[in-house]
Write a protein of this length. Structure first.
Length: 295
């Protein structure tokens, strides 16, 4: 099922790819994920202190750092802590349950205080107050913008989202964090993990400022930041769209645009046979629909 949804998600953006190429792309994507897991195990936080990061030091006093689930992204918070930043990770409740324990364990094993990497639940009623407090404490707020890049089921409110074109389709990005930074004049930066030829085969891309305090209005600041952020995202994907983890989850955020129940007569249908619980089905990749075969 995981593979089928990945194929359906990617096919929306690369409609010219043959089924066999998509199948091979999925194998490459999955292999990359396994390699990233090996990097996490090979470079725990305590091991990073044996590596010289002085050439990449780019100290920021405070602000919000936007990043993406690209490459071995779990290394990014650890490298930032290694470089002396006090990090506050902003994420949804279900994500924090997993990530908070992972980073807490990394801090304990490195003998570092828990304040070096704290978390804020984005769904908490006092999340805004906590974010502003963290900024005042000279902490760097880390936000994975693509953690929820689209419309939720039964959610018709598009006011907090803007489209981001990519390949033959588009994403919908939540822009609440941009509005927040513009309203309270919080410096906003962007970075991500990119391939490297150094000891660790991935490194932190130099921080890029995407919002400063010199824009005339909050709306102007927010739209300028959104434009700059899109450019960074496009540059990142050109380095290898296959490194982006969220191809597996797009169907959870975008409403299905199925062509009714036309099945094999639907324009552009690709049907893959599969068997599930001793029942036979055809899966329509384009429309993400299953059709049971009655034998």
């Amino acid at each position: 099922m995981h593979r089928l949804m990945w194929l359906a998600n990617v096919q929306q953006f690369f409609s010219d790819k043959a089924p066999t190429q998509l199948w091979n792309d999925y194998s490459t994507w999955l292999n990359n994920r396994n390699l990233f897991q090996q990097l996490y195990q090979r470079y725990p936080l305590n091991e990073l202190y044996d590596i010289d990061f002085s050439s990449r030091d780019q100290q920021l006093s405070q602000g919000i750092l936007i990043t993406f689930h690209f490459g071995p992204y779990r290394l990014l918070p650890k490298i930032l802590v290694r470089c002396g930043y006090k990090i506050t990770l902003l994420a949804a409740t279900n994500i924090l349950k997993r990530e908070a324990e992972y980073y807490s364990r990394e801090l304990r094993e490195a003998g570092l205080p828990s304040e070096m990497l704290e978390c804020i639940d984005a769904n908490h009623p006092y999340a805004l107050r906590k974010i502003l407090s963290a900024v005042n404490e000279k902490r760097l707020i880390l936000v994975f913008l693509d953690a929820n890049e689209g419309q939720q089921p039964n959610d018709a409110n598009h006011d907090d989202r803007l489209p981001v074109p990519f390949a033959a389709h588009y994403f919908l990005w939540r822009i609440n964090i941009l509005k927040l930074a513009a309203r309270f004049k919080i410096p906003l930066y962007c970075s991500y993990m990119q391939p490297s030829r150094e000891l660790i085969p991935w490194t932190v891309r130099p921080f890029e400022s995407i919002m400063t305090n010199d824009e005339h209005t909050a709306e102007d600041a927010m739209m300028r930041a959104f434009s700059r952020l899109q450019l960074v995202f496009q540059q990142m994907m050109k380095q290898g769209w296959i490194y982006w983890e969220n191809w597996a989850f797009i169907h959870q955020y975008h409403t299905a645009l199925a062509d009714g129940n036309m099945g094999i007569t639907a324009a552009g249908s690709w049907l893959l046979p599969l068997e599930y619980q001793q029942e036979k089905y055809l899966f329509d990749i384009k429309n993400r629909q299953f059709f049971k075969i009655k034998g």
